[in-house]
Design a protein around this ligand. Sequence first.
Ligand SMILES: [Zn+2]
Ligand SMILES: [Zn+2]
Ligand SMILES: [Zn+2]
Ligand SMILES: [Zn+2]
Ligand SMILES: [Zn+2]
Ligand SMILES: [Zn+2]
Ligand SMILES: [Zn+2]
Length: 1749
Amino acid sequence: MAAELEAEVPAFDRSLLECSAEELAAKWLQTNDLQKEVYQHLAYYVPKIYCRGPNPAPQREDLLAQQVLLGPMEWYLCGEDPAFGFPKLEQANKPSHLCGRVFKVGEPTYSCRDCAVDPTCVLCMECFLGSIHKEHRYRMTTSGGGGFCDCGDTEAWKEGPYCKKHEINTSETEEEEDPLVHLSEDMVARAYNIFAITFKYAVDILTWEKENELPGLEMTEKSDTYYCMLFNDEVHTYEQVIYTLQKAVNCTQKEAIGFATTVDRDGRRSVRYGDFQYCEQAKSVIVRNTSRQTKPLKVQVMHSSIVAHQSFGLKLLTWLGSIIGYSDGLRRILCQVGLQEGPDGENSSLVDKLMLSDSKLWKGARNVYHQLFMSSLLMDLKYKKLFAIRFARNYRQLQRDYMEDDHERAVSVAALSVQLFTVPTLARMLITEENLMTTIIKTFMDHLRHRDIQGRFQFERYTALQAFKFRRVQSLILDLKYVLISKPTEWSDDLRHKFLEGFDAFLELLKCMQGMDPITRQVGQHIEMEPEWEAAFTLQMKLTLVISMMQDWCALDEKVLIEAYKKCLAVLMQCHSGFTDGEQPIVLNMCGHSVETIRYCVSQEKVSIHLPVSRLLAGLHVLLSKTEVAYKFPELLPLSELSPPMLIEHPLRCLVLCAQVHAGMWRRNGFSLVNQIYYYHNVKCRREMFDKDIVMLQTGVSMMDPNHFLMIMLSRFELYQIFSTPDYGKRFSTENTNKDIVQQNNTLIEEMLYLIIMIVGERFSPGIGQVNATDEIKREIIHQLSIRPMAHSELVKALPEDENRETGMESVIEEVACFKKPGLTGRGLYELKPECTRNFNLYFYHFSRAEQSKAEEAQRKLRKQNREDTALPPPALPPFCPLFASLVNILQSDVMLCIMGTILQWAVEHNGYAWSESMLQRVLHLLGMALQEEKQHLENLSEENVVTFTFTQKISKPGDAPNNSPSILAMLETLQNAPHLEVHKDMIRWILKTFNAIKKLRESSSTSPVAETEGNIMEESSRDKDKAERKRKAEIARLRREKIMAQMSEMQRHFINENKELFQQTLEELDTSASGVHDNSPVTSDAKLTALGPEQTRVAEHRQVVMCILCQEEQEVKVDSRAMVLAAFIQRSTVLSKNRSKTIPDPEKYDPLFMHPDLSCGTHTGSCGHIMHAHCWQRYFDAVQAKEQRRQQRLRVHTSYDVENGEFLCPLCECLSNTVIPLLPPPRVLFNRLDFSGQPNLAHWIKTVCQQIKALYLLRDEDCNSGSSEKMDELQLPEGFRPDFQPKNPYSESIKEMLTTFGTATYKVGLKVHPNEEDPRVPIMCWGSCAYTIQTIERILADEDKPLFGHLPCRQDDCLTSLTRFAAAHWTVSSLSAVQGHFCTLLASLVPNEKNGNLPCILDIDMFHLLVNLVLSFPAIHCQDFSGVSLGTGDLHLFHLVTMAHIIQILLTSSTEENGMDQENTSSEEEVAVLTLYKFLCQCTGSALKEISSGWHLWKNLKAGIMPFLRCSALFFHYLNGVPAPSEMEVSGTNQFEHLCSYLSLPNNLTCLFQENSDIMNTLIESWCSNNEVKRYLEGKRHAISYARESNKLIDLPDDYSCLINQASNFSCPKSGGDKSRAPTLCLVCGTMLCSQSYCCQTELEGEDVGACTAHTYTCGSGVGIFLRVRECQVLFLAGKTKGCFYPPPYLDDYGETDQGLRRGNPLHLCKERFKKIQKLWQQHSITEEIGHAQEANQTLVGIDWQHL
Ligand SMILES: [Zn+2]
Ligand SMILES: [Zn+2]
Ligand SMILES: [Zn+2]
Ligand SMILES: [Zn+2]
Ligand SMILES: [Zn+2]
Ligand SMILES: [Zn+2]
Ligand SMILES: [Zn+2]
């Protein structure tokens, strides 16, 4: 080993390596004072190894430290060579059955929702996969780091605590045995010695606070070097630190980023090294620069020796952690050493010392020692308990330190509470022995000192520091939650005692909240400042679950419940004595009842929403009923002390406050009050706020005369006057003085009726009604789903946070709902089962107002659909528990009847506005409830009981003497026919029907026939009504249609974008009209169709008439008319690339004439297919540009499109576009002048063209050196060739302009250069885009197994037609000689001449691009040829030539593996021919070609290889010449090859081409094969693309998402040396994992810093990228530097939902269809378009700095 070290370590260090570990250990074994020896050794060597320069050198340090420092310790510990010693230890070890794996940041963790004792119990991936929970309902999260695997902890799991791996060990160590028995006594002693010394050394040096001396270590070296050490804090931002460092230590930005990154990660980093002065200077600059707004950055100048020893101290702790991994015995010894009390008594153990200096240590040091604690103390069951006790005893101090600490909780030792408190036995032990509950609560109270005079919390004038503390102190509530999570199964007296002590402390806490933040109604003017309310609600929200858990604990033990109830009541009485309002007694009288109460008006006096003590008592009261304690031990309860009016007083005020706010009486109190009311009812708080207030009213009323309660309630609602004074109602309704007041009172009456409905109707909590927990949760779900079908996550969100949210809901959901699977988009939904709608209660108390009206609408609609009446009567309710049974009497109480009668009377009189339909609706609901109640009473009547509920009798009686009002029943009958109450008729009818039914029940006599007919008549009339309703609706619909039509014709004179919305509706119509013109007229099917050549099928010319989407005018597409254009989007593309690493080095010099067959970068053109006049588009685009300029000046907002780069949105469909393509008639017809019958064959034709080329070259040379007349003599012009002829451009000016526009755009985007319409490369780029776009579309069709023709969407068909025709016409606007030059060079690649040397060999040319370029540039030569040869002949010969070259290319690169297996015996003609050709090739290549004797294989390969080329060619010539495709090619079939050949004028036996033209082809093949590159390839010296090229796909993704999480957690940032990446992001195109959204991996791109993803898109996707952000489970689309959007991931949970952000943690699985959809977006080049649509829909996306991702 030493030898290998020597090479790496510089000479100076070599002397250090001479120190022998073995000898040293031997010396140590002899000595009497081991500590002195070891310290001396360390004092000498540590500074020599660590901190030798400005930058740490971790590899060197680690090497030397192992050799010089740790080596001797290991020798000493083992007493022999540790290479033998450690394995021995490991063998002898009986490892514990705990897994204890400490989680890395981002590592996946699993919890079982069925078996975990609490949600903090988690498993590592390995354990999870080997556990039974894999089959259960589990939850998956990514760890934030810290924490460890609970596998093997029997207390953490209800079932299956061990995975397969950890189970093996458990059978052997059933009994808890001392692990020390496995170690020799000597070993124990040595371990003890060395652990004690090293652990103490590390603790001393790490907690050392002096800057210039050392603990017990003399400085041996006098060289005084210092470090300027910068520490981490959470106040300063990255940018601030980087900026400051650049200034202070004069470093580059890059270095500064490096420093800042390390400081953030490790907690400190030296930023300067040198003498004291030098370091001190940097320190003062940093402090000065950062102290302005906040407290300065922490900087310390430290002696290098101290830093060296601290570095080694950390190393030692890590070392100890790894040493104890060898043996549980060693671990126990280390625990013992750590917890041993030192000489200073209490808190002097090493563990205590570390814990108590936690907040002073830097992040890196904390992480190291926390890890050590986890792998030692927490893994040893005996010491875990002792450690828990130390932790509990230090709890107050640790929390105090944490409050001052400037680090997050995750790096504080305080966070270890979760590891200790969630263990049920430990928690129980700490409660009983260390009084932990009380400690936590009191510590909490310690930190909230700010109180008002009554001793209540006051958050009003909180300073920033107090607010900060308040945030921190909330973690204590979390600790309390941990302690309470697991409920005791057995109670000892000790536990009872300590729990009740804790309960006392808790009541003290609640007492400080009772009545906090009181408010007074603001009259006159609006409040000036919104009062602080959030702190109080935060507290309430955090405590909600704890309050519920306290009640759960109480419910478990009768003695505890009784005591707690007493204590709570006592505290409530104390609180009430503190309230001093409204002592004045008043007496209320109504309906012969009278009650005494106090004078108090919510609208005038102070009122508070916070009543936790009352609410806790309400909760406990319900428990008395639920546990039956109230019936079993009434004598032990202080029931006589209860004063019902006192109990209900404050909850009632709170509810009245809500009603008044709703009635608009508190408008001047601002938003803070509205927010408070919102949260009071919200699912996060309501359980311990609103719900419990209702319970408290139910409690109070159940002990009162209902008449008394109702009168008090009327008085608190400030409505007493209205109902108690007989004629008040009339006066009230005629008084026109103040409409607002009347309106207000109406709302208050409605609210009050609603409250009565709730008090009587809400009996779904166990203990109030005779129900169980399942009934309660079912009811919640039913009502949520009554609003609309919901996704799983929506339902979860609507339920309170408790066990129901977890598994309770799922256990009942199947009973009440059906699951509907999601489609390609959207999510799975639960739909309410039809039979459950009868449980629907319109006045369900957890509905918000909006929800209530939505639910009402939905339910009425449903009933209409089912042809039922639309009444929504109250559902039948479960009976009350005995304690609450008397509540039903409210319904039949005199005051209630009076209230109902009064309101019905108003409805009957129907005068004025002092009355509302909602009021009536509520009264009807109450009547319905009462009838349901009576019916149920009668039905469940047992012999001995007398029915006391006689509601039907009471409502049949008319009113008493003074006002002689009619009976309620009579009024209902009147109302039934009232015309103004149409909507309520069904309900009234239901009431009357139920009334009759009850009457029948009572009389138990035969059915009355009268009632029957009555019912029939009513149904009849309702049917008529329905008919009328339908007619009316039809009429409305007709009117609406007419209106739209009128608007539309009006609009046609305007630009569409001004009326976009209505136009969207007509989109489809226009779409069909635009594409209809391309439908070719039916072709006679028996005619053979040929796409090109002299035999080309002639097609009749169509008149093509299109409509402009902007001005709605129609126009014919003609050569000489105004141009019509298609909106188009051009982008660079690598979708077909076979070589993603290739980049264009210098776009200015790049020559795109030949496309390489790796297709590494192409130019794609797409279009939405919407047509405009060129001038209409120009005007539109100018308007967009002008608007954008104004907008940017005004607001500096960004848009989804970049106007400066020519981008705009299609005015019709908002599709992102950056140019337009002109529409043209088939261009070939224009140039095809001559057509004589005798056309030359290929050889002849080539000869002629070569002559023409030669002539052109000579002419050009002559132009250059004018006067050289000799050459002119040489020039023999071929027959009919007139090189001086300049063709006339046939197109209109407008079309020419558009040809240039689109050409320039293609050039600009394709090459990423500045536009230059003169550049000779412009036409090449146009042809290239045409070829590339056809190739992409061919691939898509092939991948989807679709036939070549007839299946493209209109927009693509239109786009390809225009693009091809455009590319064919473009040469007319370019320089003729340039295009001629291109043609010459292109042809020379196949037919060599002397002029063009150095062209790519045929292996390096994409033949389809070559074909398109040749065919489209040929007219430039042909136009000067008057010999009579047709253009078609040229096309055909060019096509044949390129096809043959491609065949040779395929044969040369074919990687056929011969296997005789499936060879047929008889060789076909094709096989023989191809074999002959191949043999000829072998000859030409000098036998370098692999020998193949199977013609069958060659032919098969050739056919497969050439197919894509033929398909692309067919598309190309189809669009170029407009010959319709044979109908056989519009269906998938087997003999597509034959049809293709025939359409393309090719022989079925392709090799015939060679035979037919053997005279010229043999020479050509020989010349191709003699190329140097071809030779090199055949010699195996280079690579070449082979055919057919496979389609590119996105990478394969695993089915289980956690595989990805795991992969990402193992991924570390490639730039910062093994650090975990914060945002690992996977490129879905190539599979590279990137470190996104982070400074470390930013790179410079075109002068700007960009994140790893953006940088990657430039190489991998030429600017476009598709990524998966693994931690967020989110797909990211990027395009360029400014465009991006998030897209739903292709992973779904079992409920058919995605989990963006991984918040819910349900297991996720790959949805193949959705992934295919993403892949298709990519293949179709629609990513940019998708981003555009997303950004248009969501403006916030536009503001994101996408380039930083
Ligand atoms: Zn594990
Ligand atoms: Zn395990
Ligand atoms: Zn399980
Ligand atoms: Zn127009
Ligand atoms: Zn469009
Ligand atoms: Zn990639
Ligand atoms: Zn990075």
